[in-house]
Design a protein around this ligand. Structure first.
Ligand code: MTE
Length: 321
């Protein structure tokens, strides 16, 4: 598409925060130190993890930038940024997390394939943009559609970045049409992050944000949107995560991760001045998935979805109360 280009090399990468821990240089993959990640509820843009599969695309001319919506629909269209800005703007606070987060912990069990992420390939941001449901209405797909008349059941997002893992082809991913056309699912075509224009690393000028599932679906630097019959065959395992159960109460989902606060009866340990304890989590999500205890039980070659208990050592010390 005009106005947006995917470079072949890494000579025009954007500047990055010096505190980021770099897990791969080209393509650039980096995460913040854990202490900085947890120091704020909304993650600052420059400290937000950066997950790329190729060189960062360049916007040559924002006025010329447009993307197409086509495929199994009657009225394909090209849309410009002005068409998106005209739609109602929504701010959605949502967590984005890479499926490879905590891969290094999984690789301790047995070697795995992929970028070695520690624990901070996630962040909370306030994403600003148009709802995908509203954008799809512009091409004649009403809200809450599961199948178009021509048999479209999924929405594929295609970018312009030239990805190593795709032999130089673009990054792509898809979500079900029923989710894309559900206004309460809050899927956005975002042009802002934390109130600022999207940063180049994070998808400028336009990216998808799909709250509630792995970050891989939140395609950056949108070039085209296709309505297709089957899930897109990108390089991300399509079936290896659970979608929301059919009965999900969309209205009451909170898309952002929280910083849990807990009270502990620490009086006894304070008496002994010093103790080291382990806090163990054990959560159940809205699809009734129970957090597995041991990483060994969920090991996989790609090292993804390490949702096992993350044990944190805490030191309870003496305070001069
Ligand atoms: N979109 C494009 N075009 N290219 C990519 O490499 N990476 C995906 C997704 N969207 C990617 C992409 C993955 S795996 C993740 S986890 C998120 O973007 C990361 O988004 P971020 O870099 O803004 O944190």
């Amino acid at each position: 598409m005009p106005g947006l280009e995917g470079p072949l090399d890494y000579s025009k990468e954007p500047p990055r925060h010096p505190c980021l821990q770099i897990n791969a240089k080209e393509p650039f993959n980096a995460e913040p130190p854990r202490s900085l990640l947890v120091s704020s509820y909304v993650t600052p843009v420059d400290l937000f993890y950066k997950r790329n599969h190729g060189p960062i695309p360049i916007v040559e001319d924002l006025e010329r930038y447009c993307f197409s919506i086509s495929g199994l629909i009657k009225n394909p269209k090209k849309l410009f940024m002005k068409d998106i800005w005209m739609l109602p703007k929504y701010n959605v606070t949502a967590t984005l997390q890479c499926a490879g987060n905590r891969r290094t912990a999984m690789s301790k069990t047995r070697k795995v394939k992929g970028v070695g992420w520690d624990v901070s390939a996630l962040g909370n941001a306030v994403w600003g943009g148009a709802k995908l449901a509203d954008v799809l209405e512009l091409v004649g797909i009403p809200n809450l559609t599961s199948t178009t008349q021509s048999g479209g059941k999924h929405v594929e997002f295609v970018s312009v970045d030239k990805c190593k893992e795709e032999n130089g082809g673009p990054y792509k991913a898809s979500i079900p049409l029923s989710q894309a056309t559900n206004p309460d699912a809050d899927v956005l075509l975002a042009y802002e992050m934390n109130g600022e224009t999207l940063n180049r690393d994070h998808g400028y000028p336009l990216r998808v944000v799909v709250p509630g599932i792995i970050g891989a679906r939140s395609v950056k630097w949108i070039d085209s949107i296709n309505i297709i019959a089957e899930e897109c065959q990108g390089f991300f395992m399509q079936k290896d995560y659970k979608m929301f159960p059919p009965s999900v109460d969309w209205d009451n989902i909170n898309w952002a991760s929280r910083r849990p606060q807990m009270d502990f009866p620490v009086q006894s340990v304070i008496c002994s001045l010093e103790d080291v304890n382990a806090i163990k989590p054990g959560k159940v999500d809205i699809a009734s998935n129970v957090q597995p205890e041991k990483v060994e039980d969920i090991w996989n070659l790609r090292g993804i979805l390490n949702t096992s208990w993350h044990r944190v050592q805490v030191r309870v010390g003496h305070s001069n109360m």
